[in-house]
Design a binder for this molecule. Structure first.
Ligand code: AMP
Ligand code: ZN
Length: 138
C-alpha cells in the first residue's frame, strides 16, 4: 500500500530524490537530510506502515537483517565508535514522519548527541505482574 500524501512513500518509490545508499524490493536506505551526526541513515519500508504497530513480522525480520549489514557499512565508512538504532512510533514518542523508518545513528566519542531518559525505580513483584500481563497478548 502507498499513501498519497506521504513523503516517505514518494522517497521510497523514487518519486522524490534522496541520497540513496542501497535499495531492495522492500526497502530504501537513505541519508537523513537533517542528521544527528554525519552518516545518520534511515531505512524506509517501500510499503506504507504508519509505525511498528502496523508492520508484519516478515518485513520486520528482513528489516533488521538489512540493518545489521548497513550498520557495519556505516561503521566502515565513518569510523564511528558506536551506533544507536532508534525507531519512533507516534507523536508522543517523537515520530514526525508517520511512515515506518529505522534510524541508524553513528556515535563518536564526545559527540553531543543526546538520547536520554531518567530511569524510574521498580518493585520486583510489580515487574513480575507486568511481565505476565504483557505476555498474555503475545
Ligand atoms: P522521526 O522523528 O523518527 O519521524 O524522524 C524523521 C526523520 O526524517 C528526521 O530525522 C528527519 O530529518 C528525516 N527527514 C525528513 N524529511 C526527509 C527527507 N526528505 N529526506 C531525508 N530525511 C528526511
Ligand atoms: Zn508512506
Amino acid at each position: 500500500m502507498v499513501k498519497d500524501d506521504c513523503i516517505f512513500c514518494k522517497i521510497s518509490k523514487g518519486d522524490i530524490p534522496s541520497a540513496t545508499i542501497y535499495e531492495t524490493a522492500d526497502f530504501r536506505v537513505i541519508l537523513d537530510v537533517a542528521p544527528a551526526n554525519k552518516g545518520h541513515v534511515l531505512i524506509l519500508t517501500k510499503e506504507h506502515f504508519d509505525n511498528i504497530f502496523q508492520m508484519d513480522a516478515e518485513t520486520a525480520g528482513k528489516l533488521f537483517s538489512l540493518a545489521t549489514v548497513v550498520a557495519r557499512a556505516i561503521k566502515e565508512e565513518t569510523g564511528c565508535d558506536g551506533l544507536n538504532v532508534l525507531q519512533n512510533n507516534g507523536e508522543v514518542a517523537g515520530q514526525t514522519v508517520h511512515h515506518f523508518h529505522l534510524h541508524l545513528i553513528p556515535r563518536f566519542k564526545d559527540d553531543e548527541v543526546v538520547i536520554k531518559w531518567e530511569p524510574k525505580e521498580t518493585v520486583a513483584e510489580e515487574q513480575q505482574a507486568l511481565a505476565k500481563a504483557i505476555k498474555k497478548y503475545i
